[in-house]
Design a binder for this molecule. Structure first.
Ligand SMILES: Cc1cc2nc3c(=O)[nH]c(=O)nc-3n(C[C@H](O)[C@H](O)[C@H](O)COP(=O)(O)OP(=O)(O)OC[C@H]3O[C@@H](n4cnc5c(N)ncnc54)[C@H](O)[C@@H]3O)c2cc1C
Length: 336
């Protein structure tokens, strides 16, 4: 969607359309009648759920005993868009400046947005997958080398090598084992960081697990055809014929952009108080990006939902001091 015209001032602009940002958008537009915009760096909504684990079940969101991450995103999107917030995709917010005491200017890589308040729901910052720094591998990016699985059916009948020892690597190995022709997982250590139960399941599954192995070289023509791996203890090498390599080496966290805006950062997150206020007036943070002092930081979806509701209600009262912070009960209003 294109950027809005200058001086089209929103009541609230939410940075990031992960679960926290989507819920904040619903809350601001639907519960508080605020003129609302969300700006998301990626070309899709859903944050970590959409990018990192769309096919995984989530069990700890209230009201859903079990829901696929991609389906939760769909529900959140339906809830948020019912109240017509403006959703701007594919724009990364790079600067935040005050025009005067009441209006904030947000500069993205594509345009400028004006707003009275900002709620930062940016997770761990803009995503950037950790790479191997191996040129022979890099040259097959998008032609057999992947950093994320957008659609698991793309790997049907394929020979797959998964690299990594965390939850994402192990979960994708388990998820793809019944769809792919064969799945091999290599990890450079003998211990796994993944959930203990998943590791036990992995070792009882048909997935071939090789540790401590790393990639030495990728081979192929137009597309990836094979990968040479080596045992980093013994030096033993083997070449595997594969159609795809899925690298699950984690994501880089970069909150430096928020530091430049003058925000207080504590432990790679933005410091907030119990009202989700940052040290900048009219600027709030919620979800994984927020570090509430004197409270407990838990990077969980439900925590982000609650923090989003607090931030929106406080922001409403900030721009309209006559408005009560308590929004009333949704069950008692006429909603769309
Ligand atoms: C493998 C895995 C499994 C998980 N399982 C669970 C689970 O079962 N239950 C649970 O509660 N939690 C789980 N989590 C954690 C949960 O996903 C996070 O707590 C949640 O995604 C945080 O939501 P968020 O909206 O705060 O941030 P995110 O989901 O990280 O979304 C932030 C969004 O902001 C965007 N953004 C960042 N910077 C900018 C910028 N400058 N401009 C514009 N956009 C920007 C990003 O692109 C992103 O889309 C899991 C996490 C992982 C990795």
């Amino acid at each position: 969607m294109p950027s809005q015209q200058p001086f089209d001032v929103y009541d609230v602009t939410i940075i990031g359309a992960g679960p926290t940002g989507l819920f904040a958008a619903f809350y601001a537009a639907g519960m508080r009648g605020m003129k609302t915009k969300i700006i998301e760096a990626l070309d899709q909504v859903g944050g970590q759920l959409a990018v990192l684990y769309p096919e995984k079940y989530i069990y700890d969101v209230a009201g859903f005993p079990k829901i696929l991450a991609k389906d939760l995103v769909k529900q959140l999107e339906i809830q948020a868009t019912s109240y017509k917030p403006v959703i701007v995709l594919g724009e990364r917010v790079e600067e935040l400046k005050y025009i005067d005491n009441n209006i904030i200017e947000l500069v993205t890589n594509k345009g400028i947005h004006f707003t009275k308040t900002v709620i930062i729901c940016a997770g761990h910052g803009a995503f950037s997958p950790r790479k191997l720094n191996n040129l022979s591998v890099d040259r097959f990016e998008g032609r057999g080398v992947y950093y994320q699985v957008r659609d698991k059916w793309e790997f049907r009948g394929k020979r797959i090598l998964i690299v990594g020892g965390g939850d994402s690597a192990v979960d994708w190995a388990l998820n793809l084992k019944d769809i792919a022709k064969e799945v091999t997982l290599i990890h450079r250590r003998t211990e796994f960081r993944a959930h203990e139960g998943s590791v036990i399941e992995l070792f009882h599954s048909p997935v071939r697990v090789l540790v401590p192995f790393e990639i030495k070289e990728a081979h192929g023509g137009e597309r990836l055809e094979a990968v040479t791996i080596f045992n980093n203890k013994t030096g033993e090498e083997m070449t595997l014929e594969v159609d795809a390599v899925i690298l699950q080496l984690g994501y880089l966290v970069d909150v430096s952009v928020f530091k430049k805006w003058g925000l207080d950062i504590v432990g790679n997150a933005i410091k907030v108080n119990g009202r989700m206020e940052t040290n900048l007036p009219g600027v709030y943070a919620a979800g994984d990006i927020a570090n509430p002092v004197d409270s407990i930081k838990l990077n969980l979806i439900v925590i982000g939902f609650a923090q989003a509701a607090i931030a929106v209600n406080v922001a409403k009262n900030y721009i309209d001091p006559k408005a009560s912070i308590f929004p009333g009960h949704s069950s008692e209003r006429r909603m769309a």
